[in-house]
Design a protein around this ligand. Structure first.
Ligand SMILES: [Zn+2]
Length: 228
């Protein structure tokens, strides 16, 4: 769907408070143009036309990402990530526990219909253990403290740090290699010294994770794989 007056644009939002034009390509690869309330249409059209290569590039990148989002069925033999590696899911009537891990995720036959919940619960427990360890390690090594640690499901964020020092992390991180978890841990702990993303903050992160840019890129590239 495109706006009739602006080819290639899905949505045009005019607002009196706005002074400049801006183009946003959202997560669904939809193109939205924000414009001042009284800006004439030809000027907006020109602006959009000039930025066509950028829009096309951005849309292609988002479509590539979207195509990588894996639709999960939670069926026998399907592969799931754990600490950066893929392991198959198996169902067994002879399993001793409702869910266990031995180079494969083994779920008791009885819980076949609840495989998603079982696996999510297992990920949460493992995330709590590993992230807990890594936070402690980095906090001690770099003389940073924190008030509390919470593992939740913050889909849009891998981690956060509140003003009072409460750290939160997404359980989805347990699907990533440990070096990626370490970057997110270091990032949130660095906020205990700098509650912003200033140069000083990034210098603190670099002290803790010298190759943090690689880990940022990994998260950007692989985020679709961590959603289900
Ligand atoms: Zn941050």
């Amino acid at each position: 769907m495109t706006t009739p007056e602006l080819p290639g644009v899905d949505e045009l939002v005019r607002s009196p408070a706005r002074r400049t034009l801006c183009i946003v390509v959202n997560r669904e690869a939809r193109v939205c143009v924000r414009a001042p309330a009284d800006m004439p249409l030809p000027a907006i059209r020109r602006f959009v036309a000039e930025r066509q290569p950028w829009i096309a590039q951005k849309k292609a990148a988002i479509r590539r990402q979207l195509s990588r989002i894996v639709i999960r069925s939670f069926t026998e033999g399907e592969n799931f990530l754990f600490k950066g590696q893929l392991y198959p899911l198996h169902f067994s009537a002879a399993a001793a526990a409702p869910i266990s891990f031995d180079r494969a995720f083994i779920i008791h036959e009885r819980y076949r219909d609840k495989a998603r919940e079982m696996l999510t619960g297992w990920y949460e427990i493992k995330a709590e253990q590993l992230i807990g360890e890594r936070v402690k390690l980095y906090a001690e090594a770099f003389g940073l403290d924190y008030l509390a640690l919470r593992i939740g499901d913050t889909r849009s964020q891998w981690g956060s740090c509140s003003a009072e020092g409460k750290l939160s992390f997404s359980w989805r991180l347990i699907m990533c290699p440990t070096r990626i978890i370490d970057y997110v841990v270091a990032h949130e702990l660095a906020h205990r010294r700098y509650m912003n993303h200033s140069a000083a903050f990034w210098a603190q992160v670099a002290k803790m994770r010298p190759d943090y840019r690689e880990q940022q890129q990994w998260l950007k590239d692989n985020a679709p794989l961590l959603r289900f």
